[in-house]
Design a binder for this molecule. Sequence first.
Ligand SMILES: Cc1cc2nc3c(=O)[nH]c(=O)nc-3n(C[C@H](O)[C@H](O)[C@H](O)COP(=O)(O)OP(=O)(O)OC[C@H]3O[C@@H](n4cnc5c(N)ncnc54)[C@H](O)[C@@H]3O)c2cc1C
Length: 384
Amino acid sequence: MTSGTFLMVGAGLSGAVIGRRLAEEGHSVTVIDARDHVAGNCHTERDAETGVMVHVYGPHIFHTDDEEVWRYVNRFETFLPYKNRVKAITGGAVYSLPINLHTINQFFGRTMRPKEARAFIEAQADTSITNPQTFEEQALRFVGRELYEAFFKGYTQKQWGCHPSELPASILKRLPVRFNYNDDYFFHRFQGMPEHGYSAMVERILDHPRIAVRLNTRFERAQGGEYDHVFYSGPLDGYFDFALGRLGYRTLDFERFRDQGDWQGCAVMNYGEQSVPYTRITEHKHFSPWEEHEGTLCYREFSRACGPDDIPYYPIRLVAEKTLLSQYVEMAAETENVTFVGRLGTYRYLDMDVTIREALDTAGGFLARRERGEAMPAFVHAPL
Ligand SMILES: Cc1cc2nc3c(=O)[nH]c(=O)nc-3n(C[C@H](O)[C@H](O)[C@H](O)COP(=O)(O)OP(=O)(O)OC[C@H]3O[C@@H](n4cnc5c(N)ncnc54)[C@H](O)[C@@H]3O)c2cc1C
């Protein structure tokens, strides 16, 4: 099989992982990114003033049950142990999240054991709601009004910019409460933080003699014709110049501030109340507990509707967006030699491990199809 020339639009995890696999199979790969750095939204860099490693586009914690993905990331970077433990301020007190036995006992001023707490929460739940349709109904049915209002209502409203009664019940799939003292945010087998940051890892993934990286380079559709195939990890609607309108996203604003020592004592502090305009504060030095820095850098995080010049963070995916999405999916199906990948190309929220899994599968599927002389579809992972 002759070698091909392929373009990756986006030097995030999707573009880097697919590009690396194709380069290792003897193909020539060009990776372009409109930004001046690699790693996409998991980009990390050292703050010049404090020396702290900063998660520039918001906190990123690596967690997975996928052993192959874990081996993959460890091939390019040393991961040091890191468990995500989140705190929340609401009603003038600090609690641990996700809601666990400590949170429940502290919130209600009790000393309940697991069985008592379960019965107690069941008694709080609004059992008159038999078929919850909205996020609010689901939360009321699971945990009752007091916990809902303290921990879910304000936070969700700030995060999504609408009342929880306008969001689907499916957002809260399971009972968001634990009846023990386990406050690990994730249950995954493998969890950690890259010793030198995510960007160092992505730089190493891209460090291959058959990969050329061009930063500060925005993709133009005409460029596609110069390559045998394009893997596009930019926004799906952006590929079509927003011809049908814009897919809705939430964007984030980060208000940076510095201090000396330890500002809040943990990496992430959520703010549950509507009266506090930000959703959380991240103190980045806590993501690298093996490092020591005198100074500290924090981000106050504000969520709002994404405008044309903003960075798209979270796809909204309500009914109106899904209708528009299905139209763009149809347009994409008509394109040739382009595969839409990653979180923006498929308009889905994807964790990093899922992004890598999908990128490995996309590259593997592409190589197998090429061997058989079959065309590559517009989507390997369906957006809808
Ligand atoms: C606030 C936030 C927190 C997160 N926290 C976690 C976490 O804790 N754990 C976890 O596992 N995951 C987390 N994620 C998810 C993680 O960021 C994604 O899984 C990952 O970034 C997806 O990689 P990607 O390559 O698909 O997309 P991206 O990282 O978005 O990369 C796409 C790249 O394409 C470039 N691009 C776009 N359009 C063009 C164009 N026209 N021309 C050239 N370049 C273009 C962009 O500049 C970008 O660099 C978080 C996401 C967000 C938003």
